[in-house]
Design a protein around this ligand. Structure first.
Ligand code: UT7
Length: 333
């Protein structure tokens, strides 16, 4: 049976660095509060003059294709995970396809929030396994900053989320080599949909967008931070063990764990539950905040650049977020 491998990894983050001290000037918060509760020191915000979700994704994609040593023109499928598309519709997949000058190839959009990248990876994995495509670009890209409320009312959410893009290129694995995606594991529980969501504008109300929606918090992300935290630490642990069990592996077989960068305290909690040493877990939320679907591929790319993630490593990625959705994957690099 054909298996898929991760042949290339890339990322792009906007140039503008926004520190906790910058946020202190806009809302009643403090560097100390943000670092203690989330681990974040700084994050990147897009430049409305130059950055779009699609063109940030294109930069990450070009880096991934260079790493894979293929031409951008060889990409034959795009799977794009984002909850902050450039337009309400169409999705950013087609905009990325246009940006990369690849007319005709399919572009599929995935909107599973923080788990979006692993959902997207699992879709691409299936298409490679069934032999339909040979160079699938899997992207996670987000611009969250333009929707954040930069005042006291929005502070609990605004200090966490940020912008960026990451991409991987999947190809059929070489049957003589061990480099391949071992498995992906996906879950969802819609009973918690409203614990982390943006309600408006929505299609099921008489008027899709009203002034009240703008004045009230409907167009802003609502997050029950405590509920998210409590479910996250349980589901991250479960879904990582599920992936290991499915492959007859132990926690000690993991060379590197990259959890979705939701909150450093969540990552540290998971690390403790699994009894993993510090050098077995990669976090970069300190510098980039929570970039939703982009956080895992950005972290994979940075870990590779820093030589923390190497060829031959067994990588475990895991995510939890809005939906609730959660997911994991085991990847032999
Ligand atoms: O990808 C999934 C994304 N989401 C997450 O991962 C979120 C998971 N949850 C969390 O990380 C945490 O729940 C938060 C970091 C969001 C909040 O931390 P917490 O320890 O759960 O704080 P809290 O919501 O219980 O709030 C504690 C206090 C409150 O004040 P009072 O009621 O105790 O007076 C808040 O109003 O902190 C206040 N607060 C802030 N203070 C300074 C909330 N946001 C801020 C802020 N700066 N930015």
């Amino acid at each position: 049976m054909i298996k898929a491998k991760v042949a290339g990894i890339g990322h792009y983050v906007p140039e503008r660095v926004v520190t906790n001290f910058d946020l202190e000037k806009l809302m009643d918060t403090s560097d100390e509060w943000i670092r203690e509760r989330t681990g974040i020191s700084e994050r990147r915000y897009f430049d409305p003059e130059t950055d779009t979700v699609a063109n940030m994704a294109a930069k990450a994609a070009r880096m991934a294709t260079e790493h894979a040593k293929i031409d951008v023109q060889d990409i034959d499928f795009i799977v794009f995970a984002t909850i902050t598309p450039d337009y309400f519709f169409p999705g950013s997949g087609v905009l990325l396809q246009r940006e990369l000058d690849l007319p005709g190839i399919p572009a599929l959009d995935i909107r599973n929030a923080c788990s979006g990248f692993i959902y997207a990876l699992s879709v691409a994995d299936q298409y490679i396994k069934t032999g339909g495509y040979r160079n699938i670009l899997v992207v996670g890209a987000e611009i969250q900053s333009s929707a954040l409320e930069m005042n006291d009312r929005g502070r609990a959410v605004s200090v966490i989320f940020a912008d960026g893009a990451g991409a991987v290129l999947l190809q059929p694995a070489d049957p003589d080599k061990d480099q391949h995606i071992l498995s992906t594991h996906l879950h969802a529980d819609g009973r918690y949909a409203e614990e982390l969501y943006v309600k408006d504008p929505g299609s099921s109300r008489k008027e899709r967008l009203t002034k009240d929606m703008i004045d009230d918090v409907g167009i802003r992300a609502h997050m029950n931070g405590n509920a998210v935290f409590k479910h996250a630490v349980v589901k991250f642990h479960e879904v990582i063990l599920e992936a290991l069990t499915a492959n007859n592996l132990e926690v000690s077989d993991i060379d590197l764990l990259i959890p979705h960068q939701a909150n450093l305290r969540i990552s540290q909690f998971i690390q403790k539950q699994l009894r993993l040493a510090d050098d077995k877990v990669f976090n970069n939320i300190m510098h980039y905040g929570n970039t939703t679907a982009a956080s895992i591929p950005i972290a994979m790319s940075e870990a590779r650049q820093k030589k923390v993630l190497k060829s031959g490593d067994l990588l475990c990625i895991a995510a939890f977020g809005s939906g609730f959705t959660w997911a994991s994957a085991l990847i032999k690099l």
